[in-house]
Ligand binder design. Structure first.
Ligand code: GLA
Length: 705
């Protein structure tokens, strides 16, 4: 088999091949109604067999109502004989809404191809396909080569056909604030199922990905097709299951409503839509996504995430130098490596009604600026981090008084506040320059190592009065503006690390993860609730990018009481942080925390960089366990929230081990990999008798084989 990723498999057909899969596509019909279709998406075939999947004489059962080809295309347009979900809608001069494309050329490089099509009315459409590990990345470039402006409706990055199977089931996540990434799995309904965000961000409500299987996949077995969009603004993903049986998934930026103006000579590039086909159940799909995130997305994937302390739940808005120094001392004593000051350090920000936009230390709270605090943090051996919310402004702020026109608004309409704040328009160059100026200034002045970049409200009255015809482009340009500011900051300050936050996990996706190092997964820090959130998160995103804190008990949000070890073991499944009020932790709790932090650090590379197996259970509801394997080590984190709720199995069967190798526990017990996978490991935590909320971490080392 060839090592080149894009192979020519016929006169006008190509294959994007990964190690285990092939995606074959090409021109089905040339001429005035050129159709670029997907011929195959399945296991990798020998190179010489790839051409066999190209149908030379496509099935055609034409009637006056039906064209069987209309879901096979890589980018079904609105135009001609097509009635499925259009991936591309264009309105030309004079109200013409039929896109009519003719194939022009294929531009091929080793791992990338662009198929160029043109509409005689002046639109150039580039369909791009690239291979990145097991993932096929696709995107679209549009250029208006005509004499008149055009308006774009839906501009998806591409449509994927899920191969014919007896059944179709989807898996995805949905949620709400403090309840992100809740897993949903159901039969895909006949019709059109749309997952979308209209908030201006990725959103808590849904996350831009879907997995589809034939209804027979399990965690360990079965073929799974996933589609994900790498974009952090509003988005839309539609899975259409036609009565005839076929299923296609189209996804792209934007949502229903806004339309985009493309002037003569202008271009528009979509974000990538990603396709992944895996064998080995949802577990294998997740591991392939994690692998993709590590090798093609995250800026610092192989760096160990520091154990951080964040003051938010300890102090809320009551932030001042003395209190922060006190927390810093206690955090350092536990082994914390990065100290992050959360909301309340700047301007007049003593509550959530004022101050956003005024990014200088509050003179009453920090009379000496932040130097004293961060000097102490460094003397204590920790790095320094700061919370910021650069896309927002409170009307009660100097910034808003000076620049009321910088926010999203329509003249003469209300400016609805949410959490008392308005959204700054990052489509504007002056807003971006302002943001880069003060953010970069803070990094330089205080030698900051870390920003927690927050975004705490959805868009309303999303107008851009100066932009005229281009105003709706705001939905794209705001996100691009945020990307640009993040990229500039990283370029200027290569040591700076950034956490993405949006009221917890409201902005998690492969677009933001290209320029941030981890994500604040949820504002819900209740360990039991968190388990379900973390499970959904783990479907696409790796543990190193999943920030998880241990906070107080009873939990400030849910009032649930959970033992410290359980809280730690849940947070240790990701990038561990501490967010409790350490001034109220007892000496015993501090001692236990110190040893758990040390235990985490000892296995950190295994958890953060390892291969994840969701071993068993319904996290947070029944006994459950997750496993990470990396090099010669295996870590199992096991949980049992309710002693008598349901009889758990006594043993957990491990996964992905070398069957003939020997694995040794800390106590010196040894088992063959096959025994651990087939018979399992006995877990005291899972015994039926015992208190609620038992948890444990088992570490095994491969000693031979
Ligand atoms: C958001 C974040 C929290 C905290 C607050 C501060 O809700 O998710 O972690 O930073 O803002 O206002």
């Amino acid at each position: 088999m060839s090592s080149v990723n894009i192979l020519r498999v016929g006169d006008s057909a190509w294959a994007a091949v990964t190690q285990s899969s092939a995606f074959v596509f090409g021109l089905e019909a040339a001429g005035e109604d050129s159709r670029v279709v997907q011929w195959y998406w399945g296991p990798r075939l020998p190179d010489e067999a790839l051409a066999e999947v190209v149908r030379q004489a496509p099935r055609r059962i034409h009637s006056g109502f039906h064209d069987p080809r209309d879901v096979d295309e890589l980018l079904p347009v609105e135009g001609g004989a097509r009635w499925g979900v259009p991936s591309l809608q264009v309105t030309y001069e004079g109200g013409v809404r039929s896109v009519e494309l003719t194939f022009a050329e294929a531009v091929v490089a080793d791992s990338e191809i662009e198929l160029v099509l043109r509409d005689p009315l002046g639109l150039r459409v580039g369909l791009h396909v690239r291979v990145a590990s097991e993932v096929v990345e696709r995107w679209v470039s549009l250029t208006n080569e005509g004499e008149h402006a055009v308006r774009l409706g839906r501009v998806d990055s591409g449509s994927w056909v899920i191969p014919e199977r007896a059944g179709y089931r989807y898996t995805g996540v949905a949620g709400a604030w403090a309840q992100e990434t809740q897993l949903h799995r159901a039969e895909l309904a006949v019709g059109e199922t749309t997952f979308t965000s209209r908030t201006g961000t990725t959103s808590h409500r849904a996350n831009p990905w879907i997995m589809i299987d034939a209804g027979d996949a399990t965690e360990e077995l079965g073929e799974v097709w996933s589609v994900a969009l790498a974009w952090s603004g509003s988005w839309r993903l539609t899975a259409q299951r036609r009565p005839e049986g076929d299923v296609a998934v189209t996804a792209g930026f934007g949502h229903d409503g806004p339309t985009w103006h493309l002037a003569p000579g202008e271009s528009l590039l979509t974000p990538p839509v990603l396709g992944l086909r895996t064998c080995g159940g949802y577990g294998a799909a997740s591991r392939a996504w994690h692998d993709y995130a590590r090798h093609h997305v995250l800026p610092t994937p192989f760096e160990e995430r520091p154990v951080l302390y964040n003051s938010w739940e300890a102090t809320w808005f009551d932030v001042h130098e003395e209190g922060q120094i006190e927390l810093a001392r206690r955090a350092a004593d536990l082994g914390v490596e990065l100290f992050v000051v959360d909301d309340g350090w700047f301007g007049g920000r003593v509550d959530d009604r004022r101050g956003l936009g005024d990014w200088w230390p509050n003179p009453d709270r920090f009379p000496r600026g932040l130097s004293k605090l961060f000097d102490t943090v460094r003397e204590l051996g920790m790095r320094a981090g700061l919370w910021v919310e650069p896309e927002m402004v409170n009307p009660d702020s100097d910034l808003y008084r000076e620049h009321p026109d910088w926010v999203l608004h329509y003249p003469g309409r209300r400016r609805d506040t949410l959490r008392h704040q308005l959204v700054l328009n990052y489509g504007r160059a002056d807003v971006r320059e302002w943001a880069i100026g003060w953010l970069s200034g803070l990094v330089s002045e205080y030698g900051l190592d870390y920003f927690k970049w927050d975004m705490n409200r959805s868009f309303t009255q999303a107008g851009w009065p100066d932009a005229g015809e281009r105003a709706d482009l705001l939905w794209i340009e705001h996100t691009r503006g945020v990307y640009a500011v993040l990229d500039t900051l990283r370029e200027r300050h290569p040591g700076l690390r950034i956490e993405s936050c949006s009221g917890g996990g409201g902005r998690v996706d492969f677009g933001i993860l290209r320029r941030t190092d981890e994500v604040w997964t949820s504002d819900n820090t209740d360990a039991r609730d968190r388990q379900a959130i973390q499970e959904g998160y783990s479907y696409l995103y790796p543990a190193c990018a999943m920030s998880a804190w241990v906070t107080d008990s009873p939990n400030p949000h849910t009032r649930r009481e959970v033992p410290l070890a359980y809280r730690f073991h849940v947070a240790m499944a990701g990038a561990l942080g501490i967010g409790g009020d350490l001034t109220r932790w007892s000496a015993e709790e501090l001692e236990q925390a110190r040893s758990l932090v040390a235990a985490y650090k000892a296995v950190r590379p295994v958890i953060q960089h390892g291969r994840l197996h969701r071993l068993a259970g319904d996290p947070g509801i029944t006994a459950s366990a997750v496993q990470y394997s990396h090099e010669d080590r295996v870590v199992v984190l096991a949980y049992n929230p309710f002693a008598l709720a349901k009889r758990p199995p006594r043993r957990v069967r491990l996964a992905g081990l070398d069957p003939s190798a020997l694995y040794e526990s800390a106590e010196g017990e040894r088992w063959h990999g096959q025994t651990l996978m087939s018979h399992g490991l006995e877990l005291p935590t899972w015994f039926i008798t015992g208190p609620d909320y038992r948890s444990e971490m088992v570490v095994l080392r491969r000693v031979s084989g």
